[in-house]
Design a protein around this ligand. Structure first.
Ligand SMILES: O=P(O)(O)OC[C@H]1O[C@H](OP(=O)(O)OP(=O)(O)O)[C@H](O)[C@@H]1O
Ligand code: HPA
Length: 175
């Protein structure tokens, strides 16, 4: 079986929407410092583009968790592959994700990070697939809601492929 990628959200639309969300975040955190946590690997493209457009002082940290492996459905078991370098105590923390699907990854992550006593803990996601939700997640900043389709590009992969596409595409499978 081979796969074909069909464009769902263009590079231009993503760029424009990230600017809008970055403006909102900059307004909401005016007078504060923002500690942004990127969930690797998928969140890295979004984190770079978003953080460049935020106008309050920003610090960055990275965490790697895995639940999908090379599959198209979450295993339900979330593993920490790399923990944060810095403590979160007293910081205004924004988690930056590429996608919320079942919500299992973020549900697990938010529980762990809350226990580290940040001053605030919010979530910013590039994509949200609300139809797929199993775990309830409160998202403060979302760029796009998408239907229940497996997507790639802008950091998102299928079996580690297509992360570097500059747009979001849907994977169509062919014989
Ligand atoms: O809401 P969920 O159903 O939990 O799915 C969302 C998670 O799945 C993907 O991560 P993945 O485990 O594929 O790792 P990756 O970012 O390294 O590709 C994505 O980056 C989210 O972290
Ligand atoms: O639609 C998706 N694409 C890539 N990775 C994902 N992880 C959760 N959902 C997705």
């Amino acid at each position: 079986m081979s796969e074909k990628i069909r464009e769902l959200i263009s590079e231009e639309k993503i760029d424009a929407r990230i600017r809008e969300v970055a403006e909102r975040i900059s307004r909401d955190y005016a007078g504060k410092k923002l500690h942004m946590i990127c969930v690797l690997k998928g969140g890295v493209f979004f984190m770079c583009e978003l953080s460049k457009r935020i106008t309050v002082p920003v610090s960055l940290d990275f965490m790697s968790v895995s639940s999908y492996g090379n599959e198209m459905n979450s295993s339900g078991v979330v593993k920490i592959i790399k923990d944060l370098d810095e403590p979160l105590e007293g910081k205004d923390v924004l988690i930056v994700e590429d996608i919320i699907d079942s919500g299992r990854t973020l549900g697990y992550l938010m529980d762990i990070l809350e226990k580290r006593h940040p001053a605030s803990l919010k979530l910013c996601t590039l994509l949200d697939k609300p139809e797929r939700r199993v775990v309830d997640i409160q998202t403060q900043y979302c760029c796009f809601e998408i239907p229940d389709q497996f997507v790639v590009g802008y950091g998102l992969d299928y079996a580690q492929k297509y992360r570097n596409l500059p747009y979001i595409g849907v994977v169509d499978f062919e014989d």
